[in-house]
Write a protein of this length. Structure first.
Length: 150
């Protein structure tokens, strides 16, 4: 038997999210757990798994499951971290969520942010295409108008 191709994987992702949306968490979890075995280096299966649990009101469990995943630094890890932060928020762990989001946005910088870093910026209420504002930075104020010489 051949492993699923890209089209098969995309179909399974859609079916997993449909199951989660209909409240069939058990089916969604089975699908996303299988996808995690097939593509362990990609975030989509873990995002789906976390989303299914969060949709079912099981944010604490989503936090545990997502924190157990470690992806190499890059776009996939950024997306995973954004969903970890969302799960933390829904689990009532607000300061941990904001801290993780800030770390992600600061780590990403302002050049070529990944989709996960842009999501993190939006979750923080920042424009995702602007450089992050460091915590404790003074607000911008316009320079005083120059008085012309007489």
């Amino acid at each position: 038997m051949q492993p699923p191709d890209k089209g098969d994987v995309q179909l399974l992702i859609q079916v997993g999210f449909l199951a989660a949306g209909r409240g069939d968490v058990a089916a969604a979890l089975r699908i996303f757990e299988a996808l995690a075995v097939l593509r362990p280096e990609q975030a989509f299966a873990f995002v789906g798994l976390g989303s299914a649990l969060m949709n079912a009101g099981r944010a604490g469990e989503a936090v545990q499951r997502l924190q157990a995943v470690s992806l190499p630094p890059g776009a996939e890890a950024d997306m995973l971290d954004s969903f970890k932060a969302l799960a933390l928020q829904l689990a009532g762990r607000h300061s941990e969520s904001r801290s993780l989001l800030r770390q992600l946005v600061l780590r990403a910088g302002s050049v070529a942010r990944s989709p996960g870093a842009r999501l993190a910026a939006r979750l923080l209420g920042e424009a995702s295409d602007k450089p992050p504002i460091p915590a404790g930075a003074a607000p911008w104020r316009p320079a005083p108008r120059a008085v012309p010489f007489s």
